[in-house]
Structure formats: C-alpha cells, structure tokens
Write a protein that binds this ligand. Structure first.
Ligand code: UDP
Length: 325
C-alpha cells in the first residue's frame, strides 16, 4: 500500500507531503493541473502527470498505470477573501471536481482518501480552542466548500466503503529547511509571506486587515502550524487509516495563537528590518480567533508539532531569500 496519488502535489502543502512520502519509502505520483502549482517544486525522479480532476479518463489511466492504493487531495483554492467575491470558483473546484474524483475512485475500486480540510469549516469559534466536535458553521464559501466534501465523505463511507481521513489545517506556514520548496502562490495573500516580502523590500507596505477585533491587540489571532509538521500528520494519518480501515477526522494546529501584530513584530525582529505597516479595514469572512485543539491527533496518531512560531518564520524567511520560483 505504498502507491499514493497526490492531487495538487505541485502546490505548497502538497509538495512538502510528496517530499516526505518519498523520504519515508512511499511511491508518490503527482497529479496537478499547474493552475496554481509549480513543476519546479517536484523532484524530477517523481512521476508527474499534468491533468485536471474533471478528466475521468486520465484519472482512470493513472490509477491503473501506477497501481494507486490511496489518494491525497490538495488541489483546492484556499483564499477566504476571494471565495467571498467569487464563490462559484470555489464550489466548482473545491466541491464539484472533488465529487468527480471520488466517483472515479469508487469506479476504480480505490478505497482510501486523505482530504485537506480547514479550520474555516468551523466559522466563529464558541470555545477557546477548536476540537473535532466543535459545531461547523462556516462564515465564508471557502469553508463551506470544504464542509460539503466532509459531509459527502461520511455518506460515501457508509454507502460505498470509501475510507477517508479529513485533516483540518489551521494556518499552514513555514518552508522545508532545504529552502528548495516553500510557500509559493502566484498571487500571494497569506500573512507571513507578505510580511517577509515587505521586509525584503519586494512590497512597499503590509496592511493589517482589522484592528478592532475582540482580541488583546485588536488584530486577528491564528494558529500557525509548520508545513512539515502537517506533512508528517498526513503520513501518520495514512498509516492509521490503512491499518484500521476506518474513517477519521483531525484538527491540526499548534494549539497556540499569534496575532497579526505579533507576526509583524516577530518578522521585524528575525529579519532585523523595519518596514511600513498600515492599518486597514477588516477583510470579509475573517473570524477573530482560530486556535486548534489537536488533542485527538496527539492521542490517536501520536502527532505533535515540532516548530515554534519563531522557527516557522525563520524557515519561511530562508525560503523567501533563496526561492527560485
Ligand atoms: N492578514 C492581514 N494582512 C494581509 C494578509 C492577511 O492582516 O496582508 C490577516 C488576515 O486578515 C487574517 C490573518 O492575517 O486575520 C491570516 O490570514 P491568511 O490569509 O494568512 O490566512 P487565513 O487565516 O485566511 O487562512
């Protein structure tokens, strides 16, 4: 059970998972339409198929050719703000295309699926940290699109025996220590890369989206989790699913929060650079606080985070300094 199809494996999180799968003796095959990913992020020795999830014929061919045992899905759009402005893009890609993929898996008798979900499925938290049992009431189309798939997966397990692991990321961040792969988005919207690029003079200012939130410094609090800690969770979750033949869900975060202002100050300290910070209005769809409780992942998968927020920023900084794509 080592042949893993990684859909969206040329993207930020996918490329780190592919590298770790390979290091741990799996045989990853990357399937990506390169709409947002980069071919440069994939080791040339790893099979790469340029394809779209809408293409059932190609999926079938790939499943057979590489004798795929399990599928991991990373090929989603993940920008909260954009999803509010253009929900159709999110429902088409993050929901309709995933339904197509799941149908293809069932038709081809592939019964194991690891699905990247998000803290955004919970909406505004009603408890300090968010565990798997927290009510799911997303406040933006991105979160909604992911929650729909989560619900579909429950029904598909009951009806078709498709086993899935839902991994809900909090704020994926940082880069591989090689600095050869890292966070690369054609249109960057995420806080840590934007602040670092501002520190490096690639952007003229960083805007803080909202300074009147009910948090100690008025800016939003997020739970930043290193991309390689997330990658490790995928491998642990895959092993668990294959061994126990059971669907599960896990919230993946560090269980600690950092505010937008705290991130900016840390970047100033770590890079030793000063830059322009501008207070701006709130971004639609943003909850004030999102902090994970990852007790379940610790207990069942023996997963823990190993990167502090400072180390996350340091690895992201090295990537920004050295990146080639
Ligand atoms: N943010 C900000 N300025 C920016 C980009 C992001 O103030 O230029 C804030 C954003 O409103 C949110 C936090 O930083 O509160 C993290 O946003 P990001 O887009 O990185 O991740 P998200 O939480 O949306 O997944």
């Amino acid at each position: 059970m080592k042949n893993i199809l990684v859909i969206g494996g040329a993207g930020y999180i996918g490329s780190h998972v592919v590298k770790m799968l390979k290091t741990q003796g799996y045989k990853p095959v990357v399937y990506d339409n390169l709409s947002t990913g980069f071919k440069e992020s994939i080791d040339k020795k790893i099979p790469f198929v340029k394809g779209d999830l809408a293409d059932k014929t190609l999926l079938k061919k790939v499943f057979r050719k590489y004798k795929i045992n399990a599928v991991m899905h990373f090929a989603a759009f993940a920008q909260v703000g954009e999803s509010v402005k253009n929900p159709a893009k999110y429902y088409q890609n993050n929901l309709a295309k995933v339904l197509n993929l799941l149908d293809s898996m069932i038709e081809n008798n592939i019964k194991y699926f690891v699905f990247s979900s998000t803290a955004a499925t919970f909406g505004n938290p009603i408890t300090k940290t968010i565990s798997e049992t927290h009510p799911q009431n997303p406040i933006n189309p991105y979160g909604q699109s992911k929650l729909f798939v989560e619900k579909v997966l429950k029904d598909y397990d009951l009806a078709y025996g498709l086993k899935s692991t839902v991994l809900r990321y909090f704020n994926a961040s940082g880069a591989d220590e090689s600095a050869k792969i890292g966070e690369a988005h054609k249109n960057e919207t995420h806080l840590i890369p934007l602040v670092l690029q501002t520190a490096l003079g690639k952007r003229k200012e960083i805007k803080i989206f909202g300074t009147d939130y009910p948090t100690p410094d008025g800016t939003c609090i997020r739970d930043y989790v290193h991309v390689n800690d997330l990658a490790n969770a995928h491998i642990l979750a895959l092993k668990y699913m294959l061994k126990n033949n059971k669907s599960e869900d896990f919230n993946l975060g560090s269980s600690k929060g950092a505010s937008v202002l705290e991130i900016i100050k840390k970047v100033q300290k770590i890079t030793g650079k000063n830059f322009k910070v501008v207070k701006d209005k709130r971004r639609p769809g943003d909850p004030a606080n999102l902090i994970a409780s990852s007790k379940k992942a610790k207990k069942i998968l023996n997963w823990k985070t190993t990167y502090s927020i400072d180390k996350i920023i340091k690895t992201a900084y090295q990537w920004e300094l050295k990146r080639k794509y």
